[in-house]
Design a binder for this molecule. Structure first.
Ligand SMILES: Cc1cc2nc3c(=O)[nH]c(=O)nc-3n(C[C@H](O)[C@H](O)[C@H](O)COP(=O)(O)O)c2cc1C
Length: 367
C-alpha cells in the first residue's frame, strides 16, 4: 500500500479513537450494548495504530530512543503510560461488561473503569499533542496547547462526565426513615393517589447499575421508583390508597437514553400505551404523582386520564423532574381530563424526592 494512504489511514484511526473515547464518556446517552461495541472498535483501532507504529515500538524495545531528544523522551514516557493505562482499561472494560464478556470477572469495578477512562482520555490528548510538539516550529505555543489539551480532557473525564451524569445514579435510602412519620388529616373526601414511575414499567434488571438507571432509588437495597416513594409518603401521611399506572404488553427499555428515545416517539405519535385499568369513579379527589417526560406527563398517564371520567373531580398535580416546574403537563392533564379541576401542588426536583415527606405533610396540613 502507498505510504501516503497508510499515513491517512493512521491519522483516521487516531481521530476515530479519540472520538470513540469521547462518545464512551457519554455512556448514559448511548446505552450499554453500543458502549461495549464501540469499546471493541476502540481496541481494534489501537491494534491498527500499534501495527503502524511498529518501528517506534522496536526502537523503544531496542533502546534506540536513548539517543532521542528530551521532548521525544518525554513523549515516549507519556506513550508508555498511555499504553499501560489502556491495557488495564481493556481488562476493566471486560470486567464491567454485561453483554459481550459477562463471563470475565477480573477488574470489575465501575469506579476503576471510569477513572481509567478519564486518565486514558487525558493521556491520549497529551500523547497526540506531544507528537505535534516534537514536530512544531513554535515550541512555546505547542507546549501550552499540549498542557491545556491534557488538562481539559482529564477535567472533562473527572468533572464534566460526573456532572452530565448527575441524575444517573442510584441513591440508597432507608424506606422507613423516608416514608413513615407524622400523619395529617385530609379535609374532605379521601383522595386516591395515582402515580407513574419507571420501575415496574421498565425492563430493569434487579441488579441494575447506577449508570443504566437514572435517578433510581434503592430503598433498603430494593429498587424503587422515586414517584412510587412519593406516593408511599402520601399514603402514610393521609392513610389513603395508592395505585400505580402500569403499562401492559410492552415495557420501556432499561437504559435511560433508550427510554428517552421511546418516550419522544410516543409523545410525537400521541401514543396511548395500554395500562392496567384504574377506576376513579368512587373518588372526588385524585392526587396524580408523575415524572415529567419531555416536559409533560408520560403517555401512559394520558391513557389513565382519558380512560376515566373526571367531571366534577379535583386532580392535584405533583410532578417530579430533573429541571423545574410542570412544563406543559398541567395544560395536557386539563385536556385529557375535561371537566376536572386541576390544581398544581408542587414540582419536586428528582434529587430532593427522598427528603420530600415534610413538604408533602405541610401541604396536606395547609390545604
Ligand atoms: C423518558 C424521560 C423523559 C424525561 N424528560 C424530562 C423532562 O422533560 N424534564 C425534566 O425535568 N426531567 C425529565 N426527566 C427526568 C424525570 O422526570 C425524573 O428523573 C423523575 O424524577 C423520574 O421519576 P421516576 O424515577 O419515578 O420514573 C425525564 C425522564 C425520562 C425517563
Amino acid at each position: 500500500m502507498k505510504r501516503s494512504i497508510v499515513k491517512i489511514l493512521g491519522i483516521a484511526a487516531d481521530v476515530l479513537m479519540f472520538v470513540i473515547m469521547l462518545l464512551q464518556m457519554l455512556y448514559v446517552f448511548m446505552g450499554n450494548t453500543l458502549h461495549e461495541i464501540l469499546g471493541i472498535c476502540f481496541f481494534a483501532c489501537l491494534v491498527f495504530h500499534l501495527v503502524l507504529k511498529r518501528k517506534w515500538i522496536k526502537a523503544l524495545l531496542t533502546g534506540k530512543l536513548r539517543k532521542a531528544g528530551k521532548a521525544q523522551k518525554l513523549a515516549a514516557v507519556i506513550t508508555c503510560l498511555l499504553l499501560g493505562c489502556t491495557a488495564v482499561l481493556m481488562f476493566s472494560s471486560m470486567g464491567v461488561s454485561r453483554t459481550i464478556f459477562p463471563w470475565f470477572k477480573l477488574l470489575g469495578s465501575a469506579d476503576l473503569h471510569r477513572y481509567l477512562a478519564s486518565a486514558v482520555f487525558g493521556l491520549m490528548a497529551v500523547h497526540g499533542c506531544m507528537y505535534g510538539y516534537v514536530r512544531a516550529k513554535r515550541k512555546k505555543r505547542a507546549a501550552v496547547l499540549t498542557v491545556l489539551a491534557g488538562v481539559a480532557c482529564v477535567s472533562f473525564g473527572l468533572f464534566g462526565v460526573p456532572y452530565l451524569n448527575r441524575h444517573f445514579r442510584t441513591v440508597d435510602i432507608s424506606y422507613a426513615a423516608a416514608v413513615t412519620g407524622e400523619k395529617a388529616e385530609w379535609k374532605g373526601s379521601e383522595p386516591l393517589v395515582v402515580y407513574f414511575t419507571r420501575v415496574g414499567n421498565t425492563d430493569l434488571e434487579p441488579d441494575v447499575d447506577a449508570v443504566s438507571g437514572a435517578s433510581l432509588l434503592l430503598a433498603d437495597g430494593e429498587l424503587m421508583g422515586s414517584n412510587r416513594l412519593l406516593a408511599d409518603m402520601l399514603t402514610d401521611i393521609i392513610g389513603c390508597e395508592a395505585k400505580a399506572v402500569t403499562v401492559t404488553g410492552k415495557k420501556y427499555p432499561s437504559g435511560y437514553g433508550a427510554t428517552v428515545s421511546v418516550a419522544i416517539d410516543e409523545l410525537r405519535d400521541k401514543a396511548r400505551p395500554e395500562i392496567v385499568p384504574i377506576d376513579v369513579s368512587g373518588y372526588e379527589n385524585i392526587i396524580l404523582v408523575y415524572p415529567l417526560w419531555w416536559g409533560t406527563v408520560p403517555p401512559a398517564v394520558s391513557t389513565f386520564l382519558e380512560s376515566n371520567d373526571f367531571t366534577g373531580k379535583t386532580v392535584y398535580l405533583i410532578a417530579t423532574q430533573g429541571s423545574y416546574g410542570f412544563g406543559s403537563s398541567t395544560e395536557d392533564v386539563k385536556e385529557s381530563a375535561p371537566g376536572a379541576r386541576v390544581v398544581e401542588v408542587m414540582s419536586i426536583y428528582c434529587d430532593d424526592i427522598p427528603d420530600s415527606r415534610d413538604t408533602l405533610l405541610d401541604w396536606v396540613k395547609r390545604r
